[in-house]
Ligand binder design. Structure first.
Ligand code: G3I
Ligand code: 9MR
Length: 745
């Protein structure tokens, strides 16, 4: 898109208000008119809220109607009027969560224009999540984007970074100033063409964590990048593009990490290949860079451990790199980054380094199991906050929470649970009390506020995974809704997705190309009352936190895009799609014998006590409950019954199935579904196995062996009530979750 004219093209409503303002009106522009809701859509069982302006004398009822025939499918009453201070807007909430039937709808309220069309559907977020991930591809440095992958956004390669200079601030004995090194690949940070370790670390980690936590969803998220179709999920290929660059930012001599790779000044607003006259430098090492690097590499080592065929030796290499960077940071514990006088590109300066130390220690501990890292983490002193590039302690908690059941005996699991729950409880309380039903206070509206909203959602979802409190899921959904249109501007902040989206993001590729629409899938920074770009922009429509936004290319403080703002969107869409009841139950199609064997290899215990049986039993019941399913569960160790429960809707018959399925486990050592698959593979009859009496044994899925490492088979976990493959999958999911293991499903 060519540089825009001064005419601001905001959403319809705001555009009007702003037009008045620019025409000389003294009044500050208010919120966009009309009903505000998530312009993309909802999963069937999600919480679904819309905001209706609280006009005096207006009706208190709403209808949901089908988009095509205007047939009324749901009627409801609006909540009471509530003011939301960040936009000084008084609204009433329309809660239409009860509508679960897939379709396309609108909301109708007397005296208001009809709402935008929204969808309800089981796969509402797949295309958006694919686009949010594809945005990283669109920001790849050092490669041409071919039309078959980039469509109209194809472009020649820019910034190969195969010959960059060591800046005087980064000079060392072996690499004096002016030394030429290679640090190719990586993503452009944002709307600029520079590459920074601080934002790279949190972004790359968040993509790796998304895969680590929701492998099924992300394994199937195809984005049409050059690597699509290889043996590795696209999200890992994409992460690897940046890991490659990050690895090159470590000085092989001492393990220190350069803070950034940039020009001395920002490039013009042109395409990458038109912006290559300026020399590029690696600039000063910093403690924050070393620690962000260490945390990301330790995570990569763990998450990519299963990809040895594609990237031989990578797990070992990234771990070694992480440990060297950690050691360097230990020797240089207080080296904050400050731009040298001749460098004016993004600073990402951060003087508070406790959180970076905690995050790196946590990831290194999880990956290596070394107690020295747990000691360095000193978790009692670490609080939980919403992550940002300069506050990463929340990432430590989210990783610890995911891996809690396979941490060493010294790790304080109760502390992990209470930190994650404590943060979520605070956010959920804000969400409940907020007129806009979003977990954001005025002070949260900073540069990149949309990432604060999305990272808040990500942390709420960590707590939901731990304890299944529905408020946390609903609050996370609400935060997503805010970014997708339920905000005072009435805009969906993701380019190309929604009824009204940013048209002029501060993004050089979008500005330099000939395409009118900006590159799709990017989250715009969002409202930011500090307005640090005000000297370079037309006036903002308002000084209120929630309204300080300009859809203008000048506005890097409210309308830039950035990798660390897109990463939590990628995470949250996958997490909600997986965790929202009903959606997690994507019925397992089937498992090969090799997969079933792998499950038995992966899902083993270090010890199996009565408490473990109780936790797993309760987890099974909870999983079934959120999916609206009724199952009976039994867990035994050496024949002794440790857990038994029949949910409402189960029958005595299930106990007999459990007995016969678990007998098969005890006899064969394999899961009953493994035996089922084996008998079928051999062409046999599962209900008439030649060597097993059908009154005592059943080759149907649902019973899984409890194996303790070093001891062997000690018991069984059995579910009955669903088709065999689903009973089996439920046990595998519960065990994966309990053991903090991935890759079994
Ligand atoms: O740390 C202070 C805090 O103590 C204070 O209370 C608060 C309110 O004044 O400000 C905090 O500092 C803010 C800092 O971010 C940390 O959050 C600054 O005001 C704010 O200006 C600063 O914004 C950063 C901006 O760069 C300018 O440095 C953004 O977070 C950061 O996302 C952004 O990143 C840029 C890169 O530099 C260059 N590439 C594009 C990228 C995205 O715009
Ligand atoms: O394009 C730059 C953007 O990526 C940064 O976030 C922002 C703040 O550091 O700076 C932008 O560059 C502007 C510079 O700061 C001031 N002159 C105009 C530049 C382009 O708008």
């Amino acid at each position: 898109m060519r540089p825009p004219s001064l005419r601001l093209r905001l959403g319809l409503g705001l555009g009007l208000h702003l037009g008045l303002l620019l025409a000389g009106s003294a009044a500050a522009a208010g919120p966009a008119p009309g009903i505000k809701l998530n312009q993309i859509g909802y999963l069937p069982q999600a919480s679904k809220l819309a905001l209706v302006p609280a006009a005096p004398g207006a009706g208190a009822a709403f209808d949901v109607v089908t988009a095509d025939t205007a047939r009324v499918v749901l009627q409801g009453r609006l909540g009471g009027p509530t003011n939301w201070a960040p936009a000084d807007d008084t609204v009433r909430v329309a809660d239409f969560s009860a509508l679960r039937t897939p379709g396309r709808y609108r909301l109708r309220v007397a005296g208001q224009p009809e709402s935008d069309v929204f969808t309800i559907g089981a796969d509402s977020y797949r295309a958006l999540d694919g686009a949010a991930l594809k945005a990283f591809y669109f920001n790849r440095s050092g490669t041409a984007l071919a039309a078959r992958h980039a469509g109209p956004y194809a472009r020649p390669a820019g910034h190969p970074d195969d010959r960059v200079l060591v800046h005087p601030s980064a000079a060392s004995g072996t690499r004096p100033a002016g030394t030429v090194i290679a640090a190719a690949h990586g993503w452009y940070d944002a709307g600029d063409y520079n590459k920074y370790i601080a934002s790279s670390a949190i972004s790359t980690y968040t993509l790796l964590a998304a895969y680590e936590h929701f492998p099924q969803w992300f394994a199937k998220l195809e984005t049409g990048i050059p690597e699509s179709g290889d043996a590795v999920p696209d999200i890992l290929d994409e992460a690897m593009w940046n890991l490659d660059w990050m690895l090159a930012m470590q000085d092989p001599e001492d393990g220190g990490v350069y803070h950034k790779l940039t020009n001395l000044r920002f490039d013009a607003m042109v395409l990458p290949h038109e912006a290559m006259r300026e020399p590029r430098y690696v600039v000063a090492k910093s403690t924050a860079a070393a620690l962000g690097f260490a945390a990301t590499m330790a995570t990569a080592s763990r998450v990519l451990a299963g990809q040895e065929q594609r990237w031989p030796g990578l797990a070992a290499r990234t771990l070694a790199a992480a440990e060297r960077a950690w050691a360097w940071a230990g020797a240089h514990p207080a080296l904050p980054f400050k731009n040298p006088p001749d460098v004016v590109t993004g600073e990402y300066g951060d003087v508070h380094l406790d959180d970076e130390f905690a995050w790196a220690a946590a990831e290194l501990y999880i990956t290596t199991g070394k107690d020295s890292y747990y000691a360095a983490l000193a978790p009692e002193a670490v609080s939980a906050t919403v992550p940002a590039w300069d506050d990463v302690r929340g990432l430590a908690w989210m990783s610890l929470a995911h891996h809690r059941n396979r941490l060493g005996p010294g790790a304080d699991r109760a502390l992990i649970a209470s930190r994650v729950d404590g943060l979520a409880a605070r956010l959920a309380a804000e969400w409940r009390a907020s007129g806009y039903r979003v977990a954001m206070r005025g002070a949260d509206f900073v540069w990149g506020s949309n990432a604060v909203v999305l990272n808040g959602a990500m942390m709420l979802l960590q707590a939901y995974r731990l304890n299944g409190k529905r408020d946390y899921l609903d609050a996370a959904q609400s935060n997503l809704d805010f970014v997708l249109g339920r905000n005072p501007l009435g805009l969906s902040f993701v380019t190309g997705f929604g009824a009204r989206t940013p048209q002029h993001p501060h993004h050089r590729p979008s500005l330099g190309d000939a395409v009118a629409a900006p590159v799709p899938g990017f989250v715009a920074g969002g409202p930011n009352p500090l307005q640090q770009d005000r000297a370079e922009c037309p006036p903002y429509p308002s000084s209120l936190p929630g309204l300080s936004y300009l859809d203008h290319a000048c506005s890097y403080a409210s309308n830039e895009v950035a990798i660390n703002w897109n990463a939590p969107l990628v995470y949250v869409l996958g997490a909600l799609s997986t965790l929202t009841p009903g959606e997690a139950s994507m019925p397992p199609t089937d498992y090969s014998l090799a997969q079933l064997q792998r499950q038995e290899d992966l899902l083993q215990f270090d010890s199996f006590g009565n408490g473990a049986a109780l936790d797993i039993g309760l987890k099974l019941v909870a999983l079934a409950r959120v999916e609206g399913k009724a199952v009976a569960v039994e867990i035994r160790r050496n024949g002794m019954l440790l857990f038994a429960h029949g949910m409402d809707g189960t029958a005595p018959d299930h106990a007999d199935w459990i007995r016969r399925k678990s007998n098969l486990v005890n006899r064969t050592g394999h899961s009953s579904y493994y035996m089922h698959a084996q008998v079928k593979a051999d062409g046999g009859d599962i209900d008439a196995m030649p060597t097993f009496d059908a009154r005592e044994y059943a080759a149907h899925g649902g019973a899984f062996p409890v194996r303790v490492r070093g001891t062997g088979l000690v018991g069984s976990i059995t579910v009955s009530g669903l088709p065999g493959v689903e009973d089996h999958a439920l046990v595998v999911r519960a065990l994966q979750d309990y053991l903090g293991v991935n890759g079994a499903l």
